[in-house]
Design a binder for this molecule. Structure first.
Ligand code: NAP
Length: 248
């Protein structure tokens, strides 16, 4: 019997990158996993297929986490096909980087909507069931940018700092129901999201990492897996950095 057998996990933004690695890890831990994506159906199907090939159970779930009607539809489908969510990983996120002086209202709103409002909508949609069962795990993927700030990322840093405040508030609200809510703050992780960083800027960033290299999606997935298990039942409202020491 695997530790998360019988649990249903929803990982938002699981078609690629960190979310994909988390979905695969939670499935290896025994959970049935819903692989949410926004537009990349081919990659989402590939992630789900990889889970099934290893003997796991996966459901591909299209939906925009920043849109309440879309989240409602997604949750209905998920509940009907797998059951209600026990483990929620709010991972979906985007960036629209530029300096504040040049940032459009649309750049601001779209990042806040996906990266912050998305966590709120998905959490709200899952809470009732978790409270009823008196068991739940919520892991929100923040970023070191939400802790230290980052030039060119005022929108993203604000959203990710918001995710930390959101995490701590919800953790306090529902701790008495045996539901833990934690945040994981990755540093520089090798995924599509950082592919657009110019090489010189990227090399400069890597030099600032005490462990001397970017992290992998699997490094982040290992911490999410830990936080999802009973062994982590006395940890709530925390922000765990997975950043090679970048922000100490
Ligand atoms: P990624 O490779 O760009 O993948 C982003 C994922 O989010 C994709 O699955 C994408 O779906 C999905 N997505 C985007 N907007 C969505 C929406 N509105 N609704 C549903 N799904 C949506 O990103 P990543 O690097 O793995 O990042 C994952 C999380 O870690 C993000 O929250 C990011 O901010 C955070 N993070 C990443 C790093 C890093 O260095 N990589 C560092 C710190 C924090 P589609 O494939 O359909 O587009």
């Amino acid at each position: 019997m695997k530790e998360l057998s019988g649990k249903v996990a929803l990982v938002t933004g699981a078609s690629r990158g960190i979310g994909r690695a988390i979905a695969i890890q939670l499935a290896q831990d025994g959970a049935k996993v819903a692989v949410n994506y926004l537009s990349n159906e081919v990659m989402a199907n590939a992630a789900a297929e990889s889970i099934r090939r290893s003997g796991g159970e996966a459901l591909v779930l299209q939906g925009d986490v920043g849109d309440s009607a879309s989240v409602d539809r997604m949750m209905q489908q998920l509940t009907a096909e797998m059951g209600p969510v026990d483990i929620l990983v709010n991972n979906a996120g985007i960036i629209h980087d530029t300096f504040t002086i040049r940032m459009s209202e649309k750049d601001w709103d779209s990042v806040i909507q996906s990266d912050l409002k998305g966590a709120f909508l998905c959490t709200k949609a899952c809470l009732r069931h978790m409270i009823r069962r008196r068991w739940g795990r919520i892991v929100n993927i923040s970023s070191v940018a939400g802790i230290t700030g980052n030039p060119g990322q005022a929108n993203y840093s604000a959203a990710k700092a918001g995710v930390i405040g959101f995490t701590k508030s919800v953790a306090r609200e529902i701790a008495s129901r045996n539901i833990t809510v934690n945040a994981v703050a990755p540093g520089l992780i090798e995924t599509d999201i950082i592919a657009s960083i110019p090489k010189a800027a990227r090399d400069a960033l890597v030099e600032m990492i005490p462990l001397g290299k970017p992290g992998t999606a699997e490094d982040v997935a290992a911490v999410v897996s830990f936080l999802s298990k009973d062994i982590a039942s006395y940890i709530t409202g925390q922000v765990i950095q997975v950043d090679g020491g970048l922000a100490m």
